[in-house]
Design a binder for this molecule. Structure first.
Ligand code: FAD
Ligand code: DLZ
Ligand code: SF4
Length: 508
């Protein structure tokens, strides 16, 4: 007899996840399933599917190693369960449980489905809080209630107080909450990024790689080489490596970009945290310990902790606060389809060629590539928010709607009209030139603003400001840019706008 079925989703691979609380190995069964619907509701990058299926299989083996019964459905195109609901229906028929226990899912879409399960299966379904997050959706809603301004910075301070990270009593370590001003250095040519550890595929991963090559051949991205950690033990090694080798310079060069160096000093831990192999709290604690041990400076550790207890928790709060309407936001009325080079990386714009090419190869790009290169282009070119959301959700190994959507809708596209960002993250080519070496290898000239050789970011930037002048005129943080726009020689502005128009018309 089975007392409780505990259904674990592919991004819930933590031994301390709430749905495993109170598990009785003599009576309970854990259910896990690789299903086509989750892999194809957007056609995820091949590496993301391989990573998750392999991590799921390893996690199931670890549970079995503890003597826990796991009913695992491996992916099968014919005959296998096609959806989470179908997988659970079959498991309920097999085990006839007294109840089902799950942890709340990361996506609104899945929560709607989960809420129907009890009636569908005639069995009580308990949906438990996802305690991996340091702020529950209810606590976030309480924080947001009645506030006019939902800026991340205010939320972050409260999270610092609540968690105690980098606090001295009631005051922040170092006398300030945020050391971002120190975190915008350009990378010196003489400084090399530290070599990364590689995690060679074992037999389980090799089987998954063969499956993905066969059944998801049409999906975006390169499947191999694949060297990602897929177990808790290897994820911990990746965290150790980061804290030891990259964290000390993480802050200084957080915004820098270099050709051929996709990671620089970034952690590459997001996919591991999001699927449960690492806990956000343990990553912050490790970074904080490195600060107290004198191994990493405050600007690096504060910057890293802010990304996790600040941005990561904040975007999740915004997602659950604003869904389902958030998905359809389009405050700037953008409607241009994605250009073909988003899938091929074949463009003369070197920064985009590199950032999209690395995305295709690695299912990863670091934050500034996502925000200030690809995102900046999406904003300035007026790309359709729904198409941009889908692209970001399918190309990155760490992408789930709860984190992807606010970053796209709020952070890069300003499609929520300024709920998340106080001003759009719009920049001309000069920003990319300052923070990277991309412009050296580009067929466009970053100094030019007009004509066929002008860096497209320059005319697009001014055209964007001119197009939305009325909306941004009232925004204090945009005052300088609007004043520069207003002072511009009308003939020069017209020439730039014609250059932008010619570029956009030629986009396919
Ligand atoms: P690091 O620079 O080492 O940062 C440390 C950790 O902080 C990350 O692992 C991540 O957990 C967290 N973090 C940093 N920035 C953010 C942020 N803005 N929002 C949430 N968490 C953050 N991150 C995802 O995990 N999944 C996504 O689908 C995703 N989509 C994004 C889409 C856009 C348009 C943008 C601008 C950002 C997106 N991010 C997303 C946030 C961020 O770019 C990635 O978390 C980061 O690049 C992952 O690399 P890393 O682990 O090396 O990060
Ligand atoms: C992303 C993903 C993929 C590709 N495949 C599966 C799967 O086969 N089975 C599963 O349980 N979960 C998968 N996931 C993760 C889910 O999409 C994720 O749990 C939901 O989007 C909620 O965050
Ligand atoms: Fe990108 Fe413009 Fe620099 Fe080319 S010149 S790499 S398009 S910013």
């Amino acid at each position: 007899m089975t007392r409780t079925l505990r259904f674990l989703l592919g991004d819930q691979l933590s031994r301390s996840i709430a749905s495993l609380d109170g598990l009785d190995p003599t009576l309970d069964v854990v259910v896990m399933a690789e299903v086509g619907e989750e892999a194809t509701y957007v056609p995820h990058h091949k590496k993301k599917i391989a990573f998750l299926f392999s991590a799921m299989r390893h996690f199931a083996d670890e549970l079995r190693g503890e003597g826990i019964a796991v009913d695992y459905a491996a992916f099968a195109e014919a005959g296998g369960p096609s959806s989470l609901t179908e997988a659970l229906r079959r498991a309920v028929e097999r085990h006839r449980p007294e109840r089902i226990v799950v942890t709340e899912p990361g996506e609104w879409r899945v929560l709607q489905v989960m809420r129907d399960w009890s009636e569908l299966f005639g069995c009580p379904v308990e949906i438990r809080e996802d305690r991996r997050f340091l702020c529950s959706t209810e606590a976030f809603a309480r924080w947001a209630e009645g506030r006019k301004d939902l800026r991340m910075e205010f939320f972050y301070r409260e999270m610092r107080r609540r968690t105690g990270y980098l606090m001295r009593g009631r005051d922040p370590e170092g006398g300030a909450w945020n050391f971002d001003k120190e975190n915008r250095k350009a990378l010196p040519a003489s400084l090399d990024a530290p070599p990364r550890p590689s995690f060679a595929p074992d037999e389980t991963t090799r089987l998954v790689l063969a499956l993905v090559a066969r059944d998801f051949a049409e999906h975006f991205g390169d499947l191999e080489p694949f060297d990602y950690p897929v177990t808790r033990a290897d994820a911990l090694k990746a965290l150790d490596w980061f804290v030891e080798n990259a964290l000390p310079l993480y802050g200084d060069y957080q915004d820098a970009m270099r050709q051929g160096e996709p990671l620089l000093f970034h952690s590459n831990l997001s996919a591991l945290i999001n699927c449960g192999l690492l806990l956000p709290a343990e990553c912050c604690r490790r970074a904080e310990d490195a600060f107290h041990a004198g191994h990493a400076p405050l600007n690096a550790v504060e910057g890293f902790i802010r990304q996790i207890v600040g941005w990561r928790e904040y975007v999740r709060g915004i997602y659950w606060l604003k869904m389902p309407d958030y998905a359809a936001e389009n405050a700037l009325g953008a409607d241009r389809p994605l250009p073909a080079f988003f899938w091929t990386a074949e463009t003369d714009m070197n920064c985009l060629r590199k950032a999209i090419g690395e995305t295709k190869a690695n299912a990863y790009a670091h934050h500034i590539q996502r925000l200030m290169v690809i995102g900046n282009f999406c904003l300035l070119a007026g790309l359709d928010p729904r198409a941009v959301q889908e692209w970001y959700l399918l190309v990155y190994h760490d992408a789930y709607e709860w984190v992807e959507m606010p970053n796209v809708v709020g952070m890069i596209l300003f499609a929520d009209g300024g709920l998340l960002a106080s001003k759009p993250y719009a920049a001309s080519g000069a920003y990319i030139d300052r923070m990277s070496d991309y412009c050296n290898g580009c067929r466009y000239d970053v100094k030019q603003r007009v004509g066929p050789d002008a860096c497209p970011f320059n005319p697009l930037y001014w055209d964007f400001l001119a197009r939305h002048r009325k909306r941004f005129a009232g925004n204090r943080r945009m005052a300088m840019m609007i004043a520069t726009l207003d002072r511009m020689d009308p003939a020069q502005l017209a020439a730039m706008r014609a250059t932008a128009d010619a570029f956009l018309t030629a986009l396919r």
